[in-house]
Design a protein around this ligand. Structure first.
Ligand code: 4AD
Ligand code: MG
Length: 432
């Protein structure tokens, strides 16, 4: 049998006989001509079976193939500018491994509910395949960026004794008789780790018991969180804009085919380069007052419609900084000149995608953090180790968290984050 080749490598095998191992995505039956759309996990290609080029048995096999039947096909790839992907396979021989019966996801339109119940199969479709290949490349870009810029990955635990981002979205579990929580963020451990390693990041699944059904909330999502010693709010925004630009430019360069499958207009991403616009929370409230929300109160949190209006005023992601101290988590450093606001910033993505990064400068002050822990009614005992960091060589420091799924949703221009993660976990959704 000719060498087994993956579709993604087909360009270097033009004119040579090769074997593909995969599945039938789709078929057009023209009798003596069978057009098979074959996929092998790395891509899709049209394989043309012509009666005069194959044995009668092989032609019969081609006719019997149903959607998602598994198959091995031998043939010669040739350039075909009109074919998606740019190549076609002239088939010489063909073998069915299994004939699939009644594959539930047919080329007709299905409702999202149905597709979500069949997520384990839906992953095979071209759109889902393209989205998850982009996700994988985003994940690699994230790792490359931090690994290449002097950050060391220091993993943080998933089972934890305390909350990071408030107590209302904690998933509680029983840890041998005491309550434990699935982590909402690795940040507090990052803050310990920077005092040992200087610049660190953690990257893993994080959990929020979000009881709301929105297009941007998952209960399990992946977050990358860099943190560094002696960093300020301004440092964070500089790193954040460089980092996000690196992700977007990498996807434009390395996942152009997938963006095309998704019909994503690349011109909307090409201008994502530093610097990003930066406005204060107070300036953002003024924009809201001018653009349809005259009654928005200073001190209120932005909802999705507010974030959309703010971000639509810019063609790049925009940092909103100096949020009201009362609105943000207990650890945020206050502005020394105006303690009503804190040294925090969120990054809002364009095209209405809303917040993709949250972060800021952390309080370095032991007494203030003790008072904040009391004020937020957090159990002090679970935070003693965190307070130690302010007793032994405390320094100004900053960091942020970027949500992978919201970033992928924006880059791909998707309606909902549920398609950006292989097996989404949401309110009332844990199957498959
Ligand atoms: O703004 P958040 O809650 O910030 C933190 O957790 C900080 N401790 C991070 C840090 O400074 N180290 O979350 C950060 C990002 C959000 O901007 C968003 O992209 C994503 O995580 N995120 C979610 N993504 C999907 N579903 C959810 N329920 C999300 N909650 C937050
Ligand atoms: Mg946030």
């Amino acid at each position: 049998m000719a060498d087994h080749v993956y579709i993604q490598d087909i360009a270097s095998h033009v004119g040579k006989e090769i074997t593909l191992k995969g599945w039938l995505a789709d078929k057009t039956d023209k009798g003596k001509l069978q057009f098979l759309r074959v996929r092998d996990g790395t891509g899709f290609i049209q394989a043309v079976v012509f009666a005069k080029d194959v044995s009668p048995d092989a032609l019969e096999t081609a006719k019997k193939l149903t959607q998602e039947s598994s198959l091995i096909v031998t043939g010669v790839p040739r350039a075909e500018p009109r074919a998606p992907g740019g190549f076609e396979l002239s088939v010489k021989d063909l073998q069915a491994i299994q004939i699939a019966n009644d594959y539930p996801i047919t080329p007709k339109e299905h409702g999202v509910e149905f597709l979500m119940e069949h997520r384990h199969l839906w992953l095979r479709s071209p759109r889902q395949h393209a989205i998850l290949r982009i996700r994988a490349r985003v994940v690699k870009a994230i790792r490359d960026y931090f690994d290449n810029n002097g950050y060391i990955i220091v993993d943080t635990p998933i089972l934890t004794p305390a909350a990071v981002e408030g107590t209302t979205t904690l998933f509680e579990t029983d840890y041998f008789g005491t309550p434990a929580y699935l982590t909402q963020s690795g940040q507090l451990y990052n803050e310990a780790n920077i005092m040992a390693f200087g610049k660190v990041y953690c990257f893993g699944p994080t959990f929020r018991a979000e009881k709301s059904k929105t297009r941007r909330h998952l209960t399990e999502f992946w977050m990358v969180e860099p943190e560094w010693a002696y960093g300020t709010l301004d440092d964070y925004m500089r790193v954040g804009e460089e980092f996000v630009s690196y992700i977007v430019q990498t996807i434009l360069k390395e996942r152009a085919t997938e963006l095309q499958v998704l019909e994503r207009d690349p011109s909307k991403l090409q201008n994502i380069t530093p610097p990003f616009p930066k406005i204060s929370y107070t300036e953002a409230v003024e924009i809201l007052h001018q653009k349809g929300f005259p009654d928005f109160q200073w001190g209120d949190d932005f909802g999705a419609p507010h974030e959309a209006v703010i971000s639509e005023s810019f063609d790049k992601p925009v940092f909103v900084h100096h949020y009201p101290t009362e609105m943000k988590a207990f650890y945020m450093e206050r502005d020394a000149n105006d303690p009503k606001v804190c040294l925090s910033a969120d990054l809002l993505a364009p095209e209405g995608y809303g917040e993709i990064i949250g972060g800021g400068q952390r309080s370095a002050d032991l007494a203030y953090l003790e008072s904040q822990i009391a004020k937020h009614k957090l159990p002090r005992a679970a935070y003693e180790w965190y307070l130690d960091l302010r007793k032994y060589g405390t320094v100004p420091h900053c960091g942020f968290g970027l949500g992978v799924e919201r970033t992928v949703a924006w880059v791909c221009k998707l309606d909902h984050v549920r398609e950006t993660i292989p097996y989404p976990r949401m309110l009332e959704k844990i199957y498959p």
